[in-house]
Design a protein around this ligand. Structure first.
Ligand code: ZN
Length: 593
């Protein structure tokens, strides 16, 4: 399903996008031979096995087997559908894909996500306009009081929800947008009496648009102006927004995070914005929700070093304990800062200034050290100790690196005054428990494919000019693997359609249904090409010969078994017939090779 985008537009987008540039937005790449290498954004690793090839416009990870072209990368990275990925790349590369007015039918069939995104974009513009209107003065004053300049307001697209129950609702109704759809974005609340009517979720609130890494508005946060509860309110989950998956600010700060080599993790909108405004730009915020595994995975695409800033209160301490487990299991180097009582980063920065704040950041203690010193180290009673032990074990098992794990065990046992061996035993017991965590090791389905047949397909992809010769030889009929046979036939058709000039191997690979074969081919394509152009004809001829030989051999083997059976059964007539066939086959083999 290509979602109404003309194939030539898709081609144009792919032609203009460059895989190395695109991947570089998320992964730091280094040149190595013909390829570029970096740490895989799709799995946890310490040595780079994520490989990008500019000539072929493909990527492949030798660690997890993920691979594909520019569009696959966008789809995987930003969790987009195919048409969404095309449109996203079109926007980046300046390809204009006509947006048509949606007909009723298209409205139903086009993805809800696109429509919700459109609603969010409109709402963001609407809120922003409000903020700078007469009615937005109160909110503007509030921002000014907090030291936030117009330039920053515009950068973050801040807005204002007017005081009233139906401003946004009326705005969308007037624009001819279905309120049911607007409701899907989480901006409205259905009236309790049903009847399909809605009112505004945000009233008299400062609005923070929440963007994904690609910069699309996916949700909104609102802070009350004046008195009222709750102080902060977010839109509910929607087809484009799942709580705990996004880090606020990341789309604006990812470059700085990569440049500085670490990220400062804070909790709130104002924390992030104040830091940004003061020039500290390698920041991200979790936005009220506790840190999640998704957050850590997202962040690791940009850095493996983080300084997490926690509030000194109970909630902050709890967040710290939970985050340590996530950071450890996510192979992140985490440091932490616990601010003095009564301070959050925003207040601290405004009271003590940037330099002082950065001093605190630079002196951040390793999260593990902090935890051992201040959380585990503070327990007194036997009961507390038992709890601390259980807690410690539950995250020690998440440390992959055995040396680090042993070190951690040693320190925890020292701090708790426990026997080290006992703790090790406890940890090992938990590790061995069938938690179902280590079960997904064999993600590749073992498919029986012939390597020579596969290499013929590989040759066809690398050297499309030899395809006609291969097709002429009818070699596919001799393929033993049914999957590869049908793939080879498809490839020959694809070539016939595209010709050798417009031939785009990455496009063909993308369309391969069999995931195992697709990844295998990507891997072959990204490896250094083993054949020299000059010898390709001979290599091809050899490969075809091998395939034929194998085919004949198999046919002969089957015949010989039948012959033996006929002999055993004294079926002389059949025996003679089969023998004749065998001789004919052997003769045929000689002449054909
Ligand atoms: Zn990988």
């Amino acid at each position: 399903m290509k979602g109404h985008i003309a194939p030539d537009k898709i081609e144009e987008v792919k032609r203009r996008a460059d895989i190395v540039d695109l991947v570089s937005e998320y992964v730091t790449l280094k040149k190595g031979g013909k390829n570029f290498l970096g740490l895989c954004p799709f799995h946890k690793e310490k040595t780079p096995s994520f490989t990008v090839n500019r000539d072929k416009q493909i990527f492949y990870c030798f660690g997890c087997g993920e691979g594909g072209n520019v569009l696959t990368f966008v789809m995987k990275m930003s969790d987009m559908s195919f048409p969404e990925a095309v449109r996203h790349l079109a926007g980046k590369t300046g390809v204009i894909i006509p947006e048509r007015v949606l007909t009723r039918h298209e409205k139903e069939s086009s993805s809800l996500r696109n429509e919700v995104s459109r609603v969010n974009k409109m709402a963001a513009a609407y809120f922003s306009k409000n903020l700078f209107s007469q009615a937005g003065k109160e909110a503007r004053d509030y921002l000014r009081k907090r030291g936030i300049q117009d330039e920053v307001i515009k950068e973050f697209g801040l807005g204002y929800a007017l005081d009233g129950w139906r401003h946004l609702r009326d705005y969308f109704e007037k624009a001819g947008i279905s309120l049911k759809l607007v409701n899907q974005s989480g901006l409205l609340i259905p009236k309790a009496n049903g009847g399909g009517s809605f009112y505004d979720r945000f009233r008299r609130r400062l609005i923070f648009p929440i963007e994904d890494v690609g910069g699309s508005v996916i949700a909104f946060g609102g802070r009350i102006i004046g008195d009222g509860e709750p102080k902060y309110l977010n839109t509910s989950e929607s087809p484009v927004y799942i709580k705990g998956r996004n880090l606020y600010g990341l789309n604006r700060t990812k470059e700085d995070i990569r440049k500085r080599g670490y990220a400062i993790l804070v909790e709130g909108y104002f924390d992030l914005i104040t830091l940004w405004a003061s020039g500290i730009r390698n920041v991200i915020a979790t936005l009220g929700t506790a840190l999640t595994r998704d957050h850590v995975d997202l962040l690791r695409r940009y850095t493996s070093h983080v300084v997490a800033v926690f509030d000194p209160d109970e909630a902050g301490k709890k967040a710290l304990t939970r985050s340590i487990e996530l950071f450890l299991s996510g192979n992140m180097h985490a440091k932490c800062v616990v601010l003095p009582d009564g301070y959050d980063p925003d207040q601290y920065l405004r009271t003590h200034g940037k330099e002082s704040f950065m001093k605190v950041i630079d002196n951040a203690q390793s999260l593990v050290d902090y935890y051992i010193e201040n959380v585990i180290g503070k327990v007194a009673t036997f009961e507390e100790k038992k709890d601390a032990l259980r807690e410690a074990v539950s995250f020690i098992v998440h440390i992959d690196n055995t040396r680090e794990r042993d070190l951690f065990i040693k320190r925890v046992s020292e701090k708790l005054g426990l026997d080290q061996e006992l703790l090790t035993k406890e940890v090992n017991l938990t590790l061995k428990a069938p938690a179902g965590k280590q079960a997904d090791a064999s993600r590749e389905r073992d498919v029986d494919i012939d390597i020579v047949e596969l290499s013929i397909i590989h040759i066809m992809l690398e050297y499309p000019s030899v395809v006609p010769e291969i097709v002429k030889k009818n070699i596919f009929d001799c393929f033993m693997s049914a999957d590869l046979k049908s793939l080879a036939v498809k490839l020959a058709d694809f070539y016939a359609e595209q010709g050798s000039k417009g031939f785009d191997a990455s496009q063909f690979i993308e369309a391969i249904d069999n995931e195992f074969i697709r990844k295998k081919l990507l891997r072959m394509m990204i490896d250094e090409n083993p054949y020299d152009e000059k010898v390709i004809d001979r290599v091809t001829a050899d490969a075809m010969k091998q395939v034929k030989r194998k085919w004949y051999k198999e046919r002969c083997r089957v015949l010989k078994t039948k012959i033996k059976k006929a002999e055993e059964n004294d079926n002389h007539e059949l025996w003679e017939k089969l023998l004749e066939e065998l001789q004919r086959l052997q003769k045929e083999e000689k002449t054909s090779l």
